[in-house]
Design a protein around this ligand. Structure first.
Ligand code: PMP
Length: 441
């Protein structure tokens, strides 16, 4: 009998007892390839000696000091590094303990920015129907996943949602990428005009949509148009790269691939690689200046912001990624993964779409390939795939459809950046077995 409240109240879960490299082990001695890095977290795999050593060194020196009294060398060093490598305009970092906290802080920064500028009528947040931004109330209100929001709705702040940029489901036959990018971005301008531009505070989007869709990248030009629209109306662009960022797509930040720099960016997961809980908001100079020239304080804070142990783990993770040139491996292994998925599933009758960037790939399952008809959600195909995958020694991150009646079950793959080609081959082989087994049950 467990005394831990898991999300699934009665689930009997295996006990994780260890991890090494790309594998996790349970207490019965079974090994699993961690092909999703948990939820796109474990970018260096498990038990990495250099990260453990850095954490030991930090623990020996200083585990904790409250930020109202002190800064720490390790937090300063991590911030210097992140700002040096950040998209244009980013000048500061705000360290928190995870993705939801980062999104909450970014929303509050956006609000305070406009209050400092004397534009307190700007309060509207626009986000997209197919999105996940976290489970705390502000982040949950921002996300577009109705299933997660429904029962908490009376407690959620008012937000506005537009259609996502999701080519497989929304690009029309014969429509060019350019035309589709323009149409999808136009939805933002329409919404801003409908609400009144002077009331809109921020547009929030995942650069590559993760948990709710299975690695859906924007079509070329979409984000550039979004940036233009935000600038036209003085709306802040918040890119949520909690899942898709920190190297997962083959560049440090996914938005670099779209040639776009946000005003605020949230990062987490791969920042600390799961060795410590850590997230951050990267903020641009104009936001910092508004605070510095205004009240002189960002009115926010948590007990564990800038936690030295978390910063030490994250700094070591980022140093190892650079030292071992792992982003090059993400690109090479990402290309290999796309090839292997294409070979295995390109003609599969129940695979509608294979998509993603780098080592962030999604496979969408459909009942009928020609009509793109999803499976009946009651069949819970995604849950059956997860179970079958675990039985085949594989961890993948499956989800059901999140836009009612539009999209279907998908599997998200986010293997560690240290994967080699045989590991990718094994992942695809086991996934094929798991999908086959789930479809037969
Ligand atoms: N934003 C995005 C894009 C995410 O994928 C997640 C987590 N899946 C979050 C925010 C919330 O992060 P956390 O679970 O660390 O609070």
């Amino acid at each position: 009998m467990t005394h831990i409240l898991h999300r699934q109240i009665h689930a009997s879960l295996p006990v994780a007892s260890g991890g090494k490299g790309i594998e996790l082990f349970d207490a019965d001695g079974r090994a699993y390839i961690d092909a999703s890095g948990g939820a796109a977290v474990s970018c260096l795999g498990h038990g990495h000696p250099d990260i453990l050593a850095a954490m030991h060194r930090q623990a020996d020196r200083l585990a904790y000091a409250h930020t109202s009294f002190f800064t720490s060398e390790v937090a300063e060093a991590l911030a210097d590094r992140l700002v040096a490598d950040a998209p244009a305009g980013i000048s500061h970092c705000y360290f928190v303990s995870g993705g939801s906290e980062a999104v909450e802080a970014a929303l509050k920064m956006a609000r305070q920015y406009f209050v400092e500028l004397g534009q307190s009528q700007r309060r509207n947040i626009i986000a997209r129907r197919q999105s996940y931004h976290g489970n705390t109330l502000g982040a949950l209100a921002t996300g577009g996943n109705e299933w997660r929001r429904a029962q908490f709705r009376p407690l959620l702040i008012e937000t506005h949602h537009i259609d996502p940029c999701f080519a497989y489901r929304f690009q029309e036959a014969g429509e060019t990428d350019e035309d589709y990018a323009a149409r999808a971005a136009q939805a933002l301008e329409d919404k801003i005009l409908e609400l009144g531009p002077e009331t809109v505070m921020a547009f929030v989007a995942e650069t590559v949509v993760g948990a709710t869709a299975g690695a859906v990248p924007p079509v070329a030009d979409y984000l550039r148009r979004i940036r233009e629209i935000c600038d036209r109306y003085g709306v802040l662009l918040i890119l949520d790269e909690v899942m898709c960022g920190m190297g997962r797509t083959g560049m440090l930040h996914a938005c670099e691939q779209d040639g776009v720099a946000p005003d605020l960016m949230t990062i987490a997961k791969g920042l600390g690689g799961g060795y410590q809980p850590i997230g951050a908001v990267l903020l641009s100079r104009k936001i910092f200046d508004a605070f510095a020239n205004g009240s002189g304080l960002f009115q926010h804070g948590h007990t564990y912001i800038c936690h030295p142990m978390a910063c030490a783990a994250a700094l070591a993770v980022q140093e190892v990624i650079a030292r071992d040139r792992l982003l090059e491996n993400v690109k090479a292994m990402g290309a290999h993964l796309v090839r292997r998925l294409g070979e295995r599933f390109g003609n599969h009758p129940n695979v509608g779409d294979i998509r993603g960037r780098g080592l962030f790939m999604g496979v969408e399952l459909v009942e009928d390939r020609s009509t793109k008809q999803p499976f009946d959600p009651k069949q819970k195909l995604h849950a059956r795939i997860k179970k079958a995958a675990m039985a085949h020694g594989l961890l993948v991150y499956p989800m059901g459809g999140t836009i009612d009646g539009v999209n279907g079950d998908h599997v998200l793959l986010a293997p560690p950046f240290i994967c080699d080609a045989p590991a990718i081959d094994a992942i695809v082989e086991r996934l094929d077995d798991a999908i086959g087994a789930a479809l037969r049950t």
